[in-house]
Design a binder for this molecule. Structure first.
Ligand SMILES: [Mg+2]
Length: 364
């Protein structure tokens, strides 16, 4: 099988040909990534570290934010966890390290991409719908799932088509919290990334802002994977969102982030500033603020997200995805990587996602 040597690793074919590939067509030819892309992304081992950093990183962020999701004041958080708030994985009805519906639905998206990421949009979405419905019925769906996600899954279960199964009036963050794998999988094709991320919202959330927010999480993940300059993320996101249907609310919040970075999180991650993240545009903006405050410090980023009075697990989940993709797996504290629920599965899914996206990993 054809391959091309880049650096001291080999990108093995077949790799999707971005210029020829069109949705609905399978591409079976050999194709090497451009030198420019390879230079930007580094070796396969670096890519694997970033893919795994993203998936493991979002799960840990989610698990850190789980015990504070329903503590709605800083006083309540400090009363329970001390003056510094949450600083470690904590038990809360479930053992320490348990993640929530945010990660469970993200894994649904990842598995669908692994199975059908190169197929037509309808085939991919059928795989995703199957995953969502199975998750909604599973015994492990006991982590305070979003009401809109569950309503959408009930519609899907009753046979309603994925494009119209979502709640049209809901811009809840349930679809923005789960699209990091789409950012990884389509990182080198922004058009396709946006198309798939927006579609992935529709089974549960049909509001235009929800679709744009889902695309925003995926875009930020892709930019982080590429190692792009974090300081430019807010203005870059605002620019893309202003051009996108439904993106205006994300754009307005993203544009405010640079001026807020010098302010303390408790004065920013609140209803009258960036919001409490129960809706998609606020969740993306809050997560991006957390990342931009400490772009090279995964631990600080996810703990900033976890110690909030709003939807802390979703903020820390999205922030963890971006930071993990940017900093790689080794930047995540080892004790958290070991204690996170289903650690082996998270690492494996990330590797399968990388391989399915078109890059062979050593030993594969
Ligand atoms: Mg949750």
């Amino acid at each position: 099988m054809a391959g091309c040597a880049i650096g001291h690793e080999t990108y093995a074919a077949p790799i999707r040909n971005q210029r020829r590939h069109r949705r609905g067509e399978r591409y079976n030819g050999a194709y090497c990534r451009t030198v420019r892309t390879a230079t930007e992304l580094g070796t396969i081992m670096e890519l694997l570290s970033r893919f795994q950093g993203c998936i493991v990183g979002l799960a840990i962020g989610d698990a850190l934010g789980r015990p504070t999701e329903f503590l709605h004041t800083l006083a309540a958080i400090h009363a329970r966890f001390g003056a510094d708030g949450v600083t470690d994985l904590e038990p809360d009805g479930h053992p320490a390290g348990t993640y929530t519906d945010d990660t469970q639905m993200t894994l649904c998206v990842a598995r669908a991409l692994i199975l059908a990421g190169h197929e037509s949009l309808d085939t991919l979405m059928s795989a995703m719908v199957k995953e969502f419905v199975e998750w909604s019925r599973s015994a492990e769906n006991d982590r305070a799932p979003g009401t809109t996600c569950m309503a959408g899954c009930r519609n899907l279960s009753s046979g309603i088509e994925w494009r119209v199964a979502g709640i049209v009036g809901s811009k809840g963050c349930g679809s923005a919290m789960r699209t990091a794998p789409i950012g990884l999988f389509y990182h080198d094709n922004e058009r396709e990334l946006i198309e798939v991320a927006r579609a992935s919202s529709l089974p549960t959330h049909g509001h235009p802002t929800a679709l744009a927010s889902a695309a925003a999480t995926a875009l930020l993940t892709a930019w982080a994977l590429h190692g792009d300059e974090p300081a430019e993320f807010p203005s870059r996101l605002a620019t893309v969102m202003r051009e996108m249907e439904g993106g205006e609310e994300v754009a307005v919040l993203a544009a405010r982030i640079p001026e807020l970075l010098s302010a303390a999180p408790e004065s920013v991650l609140r209803k009258d500033v960036l919001g409490e993240a129960w809706v998609g545009d606020e969740a993306v903006a809050c997560a991006l603020y957390c990342f931009c405050r400490s772009p090279r410090d995964y631990r600080t980023t996810v703990l900033t997200g976890a110690n909030t009075i709003g939807d802390s697990d979703s903020i820390a989940c999205i922030a963890g995805a971006i930071s993990g993709a940017y900093n790689g797996l080794d930047a995540i504290p080892k004790k958290w990587r070991q204690r996170i629920e289903k650690s082996d599965e998270l690492h494996r899914v990330a590797e399968e996602l990388l391989r399915s996206a078109g890059v062979s990993t050593p030993g594969s």
